[in-house]
Design a protein around this ligand. Structure first.
Ligand code: HEC
Ligand code: HEC
Length: 164
């Protein structure tokens, strides 16, 4: 029925359908921030790195950044997030194994913050200053203020609620 040549509109419809599918396939490939990729999991990482903020998804920083974060846990953004060596090793290798592959152009030092990556700024450039300054948000690192499912690693745009 689909190839019924007596009905040119059917064929046109199929062509539109196919090109649409091709566009979304290409889009999915260069899009490292979509929820179709199952989030990486590690129980120790979830409890230790999810104690003070959400356990940030490993793919949002490159391996060199995670290495730098993990080597300075005693002076971690003004807090002490130290771990025993075995736990640090396990979490460190989990983070590096699942790290993002996008290279971040920096002035030599690896970025320690997801919120300072060009990716993050681009993805959030429509969020107005008054939202960032909202006391319910406090910090751009407070992902869960807007991403209601951030705890479970889901950052889908369907689960965003901007606090008023
Ligand atoms: C004792 C509390 C505490 C623990 C435990 C902790 N952090 Fe943090 N972390 C912080 C604070 C405080 C900040 C700064 C938040 C802000 O700027 O709003 C932060 C920020 C970060 C940031 C930068 C966020 C951004 O993009 O701005 C990363 C990455 C990070 N933590 C990773 C980790 C990892 C990995 C672990 C587990 C090994 C961990 N944290 C455990 C307190 C903690
Ligand atoms: C002030 C609210 C707010 C905060 C805080 C916030 N985001 Fe977002 N985020 C948004 C908005 C708005 C978008 C854009 C959604 C769109 O494009 O429709 C977005 C988009 C995203 C996307 C892409 C989602 C998609 O499906 O395309 C990811 C991934 C993401 N944010 C991760 C984070 C992470 C990780 C943090 C914390 C380090 C964070 N966000 C903090 C509001 C926020």
């Amino acid at each position: 029925m689909l190839f019924n040549t007596k009905n040119p509109f059917r064929i046109l419809g199929l062509a539109v359908l196919l090109s649409g599918a091709m566009i979304s396939a290409v889009h999915a490939e260069d899009d490292d921030d979509n929820e179709r990729v199952a989030p990486a999991r590690n129980a120790l990482w979830q409890t230790e790195c999810g104690a003070c903020h959400v356990a940030f998804p490993p793919r949002l920083l490159p391996a060199e950044s995670w290495r730098a974060v993990m080597s300075g846990l005693d002076k971690h953004f003004g807090s002490d997030a130290s771990l025993d060596p075995a736990a640090a090793r396990e979490i460190g290798s989990f983070l590096e194994k699942n790290a993002g592959r996008e290279k971040h152009k920096t002035t030599g030092k690896p970025l320690l913050r997801i919120t300072e990556t060009r990716w993050f700024k681009r993805e959030h450039d429509e969020v107005p200053a008054r939202t960032w300054n909202n006391p319910k948000v406090k910090s751009a690192a407070n992902c869960a203020a807007c991403h209601t499912q951030a705890e479970s690693g889901n950052y889908s745009e369907h689960n965003i609620r901007i606090p008023k």
